[in-house]
Design a protein around this ligand. Structure first.
Ligand code: SF4
Length: 341
């Protein structure tokens, strides 16, 4: 979605954020915002400086989740408070005081009614009465509205509690709130956009997955995309199998650091007669590894990197579980997303 379009669709409580900043009595404050908020960043800095009476600097590294929290860097750069926009708490303990400011897509009553109508139609067609709803944090308000409307239509709606997430929230690396619903419901409905989370859901639970997309106002079953995705991943595993030298990548983002796992994989691969080396950086981009003599990458970081960005790389890129299959340590009985939490 173009950034300009996103800008008009998101909302956050600046008043509350300013109040919290004042209460912390900080003088120097660091900001972290998701990509979609960058067109507002200058305005945000000016407003916070003026309203809260503080000095502000902002991190501009791409921020895809609170796993990439900049608490340590905030401290090192001399600020005493970090204000992280757009994601819920991910790490257990921050190195510095941190305020999380939710950024959500604006809900709309009329579109919510239409979406509920379409969803009810799909559920009736499939004879599903008990439904689990989940969403990313950006669509939490849409989830609540859909829950209310579906209940009015006589459906039994469940919104699960997971580990290290808000009620009903799923992350690309954490589907615990939905796993808790298995056995209780006939179907899972993801309220949000994109295919990544619905795909993750379809491997986390053995239930049909539907996507209720609030912005476009559509309801679809995941269906064939799951098989297509699985076929692509199996092809990637096959390619990785041929590699004699493997780069195991560890991300330096606080919530994605998995050095112990990388070391374990390195040991396993070497035992199999492969050459294996551990590399680390904050982002994994093709330029960083250009010229390094490796024939496959195993990413121990956010599962999205191997699954969404593989076409950017010249060598096959797999997640740890996929690597264990590729290098003969495991059989691919049940495919699952790599969950970090
Ligand atoms: S690791 Fe990836 S999926 Fe998990 S919170 Fe971070 S960005 Fe999201």
């Amino acid at each position: 979605m173009p950034l300009a379009k996103i800008l008009f669709m998101i909302e956050f409580d600046l008043k509350k954020a300013v109040q919290e900043i004042k209460e912390k009595k900080a003088k120097n404050v660091a900001l972290q915002v998701p990509e979609g908020m960058k067109p507002q960043l200058i305005d945000l800095i000016e407003k916070i400086e003026k309203k809260a009476g503080v000095n502000v600097f902002a991190f501009v590294d791409p921020c895809f989740g609170a796993c990439g929290i900049k608490d340590v860097a905030t401290k090192e750069l001399g600020a005493s408070l970090l204000v992280h926009f757009g994601h819920s708490k991910f790490v257990e303990k921050e190195a510095i005081e941190t305020i999380y400011v939710p950024v959500e897509y604006k809900p709309n009553k009329k579109s919510s009614l239409i979406l509920a109508e379409k969803l009810a139609g799909q559920m009736k067609k499939n004879k599903f009465k008990k439904i689990a709803l989940c969403s990313t944090i950006q669509f939490a308000k849409h989830l609540k509205m859909l829950k209310t409307e579906m209940k009015k239509k006589g459906f039994k709606i469940f919104v699960g509690r997971g580990k290290n997430v808000e009620t009903g929230q799923v992350l690309g690396c954490n589907y615990s709130s939905v796993k808790a619903m298995e056995g209780k419901v006939n179907a899972i409905v993801f309220v949000g956009d994109g295919l990544f989370h619905p795909l993750g859901l379809s491997f986390a639970v053995n239930l049909p997955v539907f996507i209720a997309e609030p912005i476009e106002g559509t309801v679809k079953e995941l269906g064939l995309q799951r098989d297509l995705f699985l076929r692509k991943r199996i092809a990637m595993i096959e390619k990785a199998k041929q590699a004699k030298s493997i780069g195991i990548w560890v991300c330096t983002k606080k919530g994605q650091q998995r050095m112990a796992l990388a070391k374990l994989l390195e040991k396993k691969f070497r035992r199999k007669g492969k050459k294996a080396y551990i590399f680390t950086s904050n982002l994994l981009v093709p330029d960083y590894i250009a010229g390094i003599n490796i024939e496959a990458i195993v990413s121990t970081a956010c599962p999205r990197i191997a699954l969404d960005d593989s076409s950017l790389f010249k060598v096959p890129i797999v997640n740890p579980e996929e690597a264990l299959v590729a290098f003969g340590e495991k059989k691919i009985e049940v495919y699952s997303f790599d969950e970090l939490c």
